[in-house]
Design a protein around this ligand. Structure first.
Ligand code: AHG
Ligand code: MN
Ligand code: MN
Length: 295
C-alpha cells in the first residue's frame, strides 16, 4: 500500500496537502547533493543557515501558496507568518530542515510539518488536524497522522512512498537524550537525568531533533532539550518542533511537555516561542513533570 492509498478520503483537500508535502520531501531529498553550501545568512534565532535551510523553505513555501490549499504558513526560517494570496482551507507550520547542521557529516535530518484548519497557524498544538515529518536517512520516510493512528512510509525505487509501519505505538526501551550542557542544567532537570541514568537509560543524541524523536517513537524512552542557565526557555521552538512532533508521539500513545505542562495546550505567544522540550513515553513524561514541578 502506498501513501496515496492509505490517507483517508474523508477530507480530499487534506489528503492532497499531505501528498504535496511528501512530494516536496522528494525534491529536498534529491537536492542535498547539489546544495551542500552555507547560505551566509542567519535566521531569527541567530543560527547560521545552510543553503538547504533557505532552499527547502522557499520550495515548500511556493508549493503551499501555489496549491490553493494553504491560507497561511509559519516557517522556522521566516520572521513572520506568510499569507498566501490564493488562500486555502489550511494553515501550515514547518521546520523546513531540522538538524541541518548535520548535513555536512551525512547524519539524518528532516522536515517537520503541522497542519491546522483555517487561516491562523499560531494555534495551540492540540488543534492540529494533521502532522507529519519527512526523515532523510538511509531511507527517505514520511510519517503522518490525521488523528487516526501514526503511519510510516518509505520512498521506493519507483518514487512511491510505500507503507512500512501502520498504527505505530511508542516503544518501551530505556533510551534518553539529555539536551543542552550538563554544566548549565537546572536542578530539576539534573535530578531527572540522574534518575533516568540510575534506572539504566542509555543516552541517544544525534543533534537532529526529528531523527532523535523518530528513534524514541520507534523504541521508547524520552527526548529532552531543557531550559538551562542563561536560557531558561530552552533552545527548541514550540510551533515548529515540539508541537508537531509531540502531537505525532501523542497519537502513538506517548506524550509531550514543556516540563510543567503539556505543550499542546499552550497558545504560542509569538512565532519564535522557544520552550523546554520533553517528548516520549507517558511514564517518562510524568517523571519529568514531577521533577520540573519540584514535586
Ligand atoms: P535546526 O537545524 O532546525 O535549527 O534544529 C537544530 C536543533 C535540533 O534539531 C537539535 O535537537 C538541536 O538543535 C541540537 O542543539 P545543540 O547543537 O545545542 O545540541
Ligand atoms: Mn529544528
Ligand atoms: Mn530547521
Amino acid at each position: 500500500m502506498n501513501l496515496r492509498q492509505h490517507i483517508p478520503d474523508d477530507d480530499p483537500e487534506l489528503k492532497e496537502l499531505i501528498l504535496l508535502i511528501a512530494e516536496g520531501g522528494k525534491k529536498i531529498q534529491s537536492s542535498f547533493i547539489k546544495k551542500q553550501g552555507v547560505a551566509g545568512t542567519q535566521n531569527i534565532y541567530d543560527e547560521e543557515q545552510v543553503e538547504m535551510d533557505v532552499w527547502a523553505d522557499q520550495v515548500l513555501g511556493e508549493d503551499f501558496c501555489n496549491s490553493g490549499l494553504v491560507a497561511a504558513f509559519a516557517s522556522e526560517e521566516r520572521p513572520e507568518v506568510i499569507n498566501c494570496e490564493k488562500g486555502g482551507k489550511f494553515s501550515v507550520v514547518m521546520d523546513p530542515l531540522d538538524g541541518s547542521s548535520l548535513m555536512g557529516i551525512n547524519l539524518s535530518v528532516g522536515t517537520i510539518i503541522g497542519i491546522y484548519a483555517g487561516d491562523n497557524p499560531l494555534l495551540p498544538g492540540r488543534e492540529m488536524v494533521a502532522a507529519m515529518y519527512v526523515l532523510y536517512g538511509p531511507l527517505t520516510t514520511v510519517t503522518y497522522t490525521v488523528k487516526k493512528g501514526v503511519h510510516e512510509f518509505a520512498l521506493d525505487a519507483e518514487g512511491e512512498f510505500v507503507l512500512q509501519h501502520e498504527d505505530m505505538k511508542i516503544g518501551s526501551s530505556k533510551i534518553y537524550a539529555p539536551g543542552a550542557l550538563r554544566k548549565d542544567w537546572l536542578p530539576g532537570h539534573k535530578k531527572l537525568i540522574e534518575d533516568l541514568e540510575g534506572q539504566g537509560y542509555k543516552l541517544r543524541f544525534s543533534g537532529s531533533f526529528v531523527a532523535d524523536v523518530h528513534q524514541i517513537l520507534h523504541k521508547g524512552g524520552m527526548f529532552t532539550y531543557p531550559g538551562f542557565i542563561g536560557r531558561e526557555q530552552g533552545k527548541l521552538r514550540l510551533v515548529f518542533e515540539l508541537n508537531p512532533m509531540g502531537f505525532i508521539v501523542t497519537q502513538a500513545g506517548g506524550s509531550c511537555s514543556v516540563g510543567t505542562q503539556n505543550n499542546l495546550d499552550l497558545t504560542p505567544e509569538k512565532i519564535d516561542h522557544r520552550v523546554p522540550v520533553y517528548v516520549g513515553g507517558r511514564t517518562e513524561i510524568e517523571l519529568a513533570e514531577k521533577y520540573m514541578k519540584g514535586d
